[in-house]
Ligand binder design. Sequence first.
Ligand code: ADP
Ligand code: ADP
Ligand code: MG
Length: 460
Amino acid sequence: MKTGATRVLIANRGEIAVRAARACKRLGLGSVAVFSSADRGSPHTWLADRAVCIGPAPAGQSYLDQDALLHVAMSTGCNLVYPGYGFLAENAGFAERCAAEGLVFVGPPADGIRLMGDKARARRAAAEHGVPVVPGSTDTFVDAEVALAAAADIGYPLLLKASAGGGGRGMRVVERAEEFTRLFDQASNEAREAFSDPAIYLERYFPLVRHIEVQVFADRHGNVVDLGERDCSVQRRHQKLVEESPASVLTGPERQALLEAAVGLARGVGYLGAGTVEFIFDESSREACFIEMNTRIQVEHPVTEERVGVDLVVEQLRVALGEPLSLPPRESWRAVHAMEFRLNAEDPASGFRPTPGVLGRWRPPSGPEIRIDTFVFESMRVLPFYDSMLAKLIVTGADRESAMARARHALDSLEVDGIATTAPFHRALLDDPDFRANRVSTRWVEETFLPGWNPAQSKA
Ligand code: ADP
Ligand code: ADP
Ligand code: MG
């Protein structure tokens, strides 16, 4: 690799931009950070070789401004564009524009993003490659009456999903036919606003499932591998709060089948780079069904890194530069259980309301098997414009039990004040008998845990 002349535009902010700047350093690549005027002085701007302001605070005028990003990339002599997660990470048009300018977009080619980013098309691709999908509609709908007719074949409860969706938006659970039209219009309008695309498809809704996903990676040399699975069932409003690897509920053969299905799909569609194939898993029937594929690095990738012993962001950059995958063989993976807890600027005592403001004390825990991925520092202003995630606490242990003990210790020594965070939620979770016994589903937080939790009685 000729590293001297290679330079990466980091098209993101926050934790993932910090990670990307460090990965560039590790590889000896140059890096250029971008920032909105509100993010001036953010750590990602000083960790990169240089930083350029790309506009005012609103993401639409800065981190999502494709013209500004491409202009900076070209004028600073970048060859690669690293999108991270969120923002333009799954924007096929942007990947295409990068390619047209001769820039390497760190991710799959635009066609791959387009195929998997359209969730209805992705479902069809999964089915074609022998991956079981959730029973549902093959078509997408913009008209509630037409969709209602198709709903009868699927049955209730069913889930309305935005074809262009992500981040839980444009999704509605419909319990009865009478409420179908109203909820369809809500979902469709939400999808139009969030993704400029009102198309909705229908899936059977499974009230009692786990979310299990497989990390896949492919290079330009024909290698397509899995890096194990993650259980992300602890969710609120379809958003992940805690993730772990391995997924302890799976038997060996069940795990094997899931990993093979994910790799088969990635291979079948000619995938390139890091991706995640998501499934729902029914613990009673032991069935797993494909729900979607994310064509980017996932927020929860560190639990995989801890198990496998690899830096996935470094690997993404290497693969983008045309190098073959250099992943540790399965035999050398660490025999550990890894868990990630998302520390968000949200108040769990008042409905997870976002709590932007000035952070007071910020003393993250440290020690063996404790990792903090973050971009925040003491007295920093947490902005209202962006994602609320402040940091990820990642712990490992010989088994789930010892990982939880370590998480408890880490959360007890975390010192944070000034703004409310999700730390008390995680502490309470670690005291909960169901969570400790791994008796959870994707609805467990909202239906069982939160109704029985009194935040006032928990330690702050
Ligand atoms: P997003 O793009 O918002 O991540 P997903 O399709 O991955 O959308 O769904 C988000 C979450 O919603 C999943 O993690 C799972 O908890 C839940 N979910 C998705 N599809 C179903 C389904 N058919 N039945 C039950 N829960 C589902
Ligand atoms: P994941 O499974 O990786 O959490 P989702 O499909 O739920 O992926 O959503 C994408 C992720 O990107 C979210 O978790 C969210 O935290 C992150 N994200 C979304 N928007 C932004 C943003 N504006 N800035 C930073 N991160 C974002
Ligand atoms: Mg998802």
